[in-house]
Design a protein around this ligand. Structure first.
Ligand code: SOE
Length: 390
């Protein structure tokens, strides 16, 4: 019989909902070596967390994360709160000997991120960070094609993450627009995904990001203060005005430690018409790859190996049983969605716990991403290229 992993999930809004569903589906579709048990859901508002626990299928609810992290019967702490709470919860969980699954970005600051990494390593617990796009089948297929040399020597990595949910200047202030809770704006919320995808896809070949130069802008500097919004949606009431303390948009360029590859990154919440365009393009000596999250089941591949009369981008529908993760789902052509990436994360995490193997991406990956984010901010302050420290 599969080992059981008792989970306590902290946070029950956007990410909490995605993770809850993942814990339910992972076992049903993938049969990992350890079975997650939805033990306790934790949140500050008793009425809301109680209702969410019942709806999402958690056995219990709790309002104090401090109590939850030290419970004897809990094996894994899942941190799906805004980034401002990641460090205190993760450090307390590590001290209590719990495995940790933490949403991205790892922390508000580099110092907090390092403290989380050190605490988890010292405790010898498994730690994973929620860079869920590593677990899109088309992204894993892209990595395979890169590893097989199908793209050749990499010249360009081009990444954009475009959203438009705060273009309206009357969209109220919420935690994503406040530095103390979010760290930075589009840069760390969206840019972190791009940095991680870059490291995941081409890091082995071109090395780590060596230096960066960036620009950011906050187009709307003051907004109505929200009193009930939960993040990206459902704004119901606003009171007075508040200062936006994060960037609305960020652009940066990067160079790498091993290969002369040129990379550009753009993250914005002001790209009208783009809802969630997380798009990566890689150009190499042998071919190119394009992925766009809004067409999650597809990967575009151009190969110079094709005869010149038949060259062109081809679209691979990544739904065959031999494509990554797909065997667990449906027959070919029965596409999957954004929420499935979280199921894949839980599946892999459960196997790592059962097999006593390190999880990936983990807090070290989160920290390395944080290093780049931090360096982009320094480059903006100093108005020049800055080397990424260690
Ligand atoms: C909101 O901007 C957001 O939900 C991010 O926080 C997620 O990480 C990203 O996947 C989609 O956009």
């Amino acid at each position: 019989m599969a080992k059981k992993v008792n989970v306590a999930l902290i946070g029950y809004k956007f990410m909490g909902k995605a993770h809850s569903r993942a814990y339910r589906d992972a076992d049903m579709f993938f049969s990992p070596d350890a079975q997650p048990v939805l033990k306790v859901l934790c949140g500050r508002n008793q009425t809301d967390v109680k209702a969410a626990a019942a709806k999402f299928g958690w056995q219990e609810y709790e309002t104090s994360w401090e109590k939850v992290v030290v419970r004897e019967d809990i094996d894994l702490i899942d941190i799906s709160t805004p980034p401002g709470m990641h460090a205190p919860i993760a450090i307390a969980a590590a001290k209590a000997g719990k495995h940790i699954f933490c949403e991205k970005p790892l922390a508000l600051t580099l110092i907090d991120g390092k403290a989380m990494l050190d605490a988890a390593n010292k405790a010898g617990v498994k730690h994973m960070i929620g860079f869920n796009y590593r677990r899109v089948p088309a992204i894993v297929l892209a990595k395979k094609l890169l590893e097989k040399g199908k793209i050749g020597r990499i010249y360009h990595f081009r990444a954009v993450y475009l959203q438009d949910w705060i273009v309206d200047p009357d969209f109220p202030l919420n935690w994503r627009l406040e530095k103390e809770q979010a760290g930075s704006g589009a840069l760390s919320d969206l840019g972190a995904h791009l940095i991680d995808l870059c490291r995941f896809l081409i890091g082995e070949e071109v090395g780590e990001i060596e230096s960066v130069v960036g620009i950011t802008e906050t187009f709307v500097k003051e907004r109505p203060r929200s009193i009930t919004s939960d993040g990206v949606t459902s704004v119901t009431k606003a009171e007075g005005k508040g200062k936006v303390t994060v960037d609305d948009a960020a652009i940066f360029l990067a160079r790498f430690t091993k290969v002369d590859t040129l990379a550009s990154f753009e993250a914005t919440r002001f790209a009208n018409g783009h809802k969630n365009t997380n798009c990566i393009e890689i150009n190499g000596s042998e071919g190119s790859l394009i992925f766009n999250l809004e067409r999650l089941n597809e990967l575009q591949f151009f190969s110079r190996k094709d005869p010149d009369y038949a060259r062109g981008f081809k679209t691979i529908l990544v739904t065959e049983p031999n494509h990554p993760y797909i065997a667990g789902w449906w027959p070919p052509g029965h596409t999957i969605g954004w929420e499935h990436t979280f199921v894949h994360e839980v599946y892999d995490l459960m196997n790592c716990i059962a097999r006593n193997k390190p999880a990936e991406p983990n807090f070290l990956d989160g920290y390395k991403c944080q290093l780049v984010l931090d360096t982009v901010e320094r480059s903006i302050q100093e108005g020049k290229w800055v080397k990424v420290g260690s």
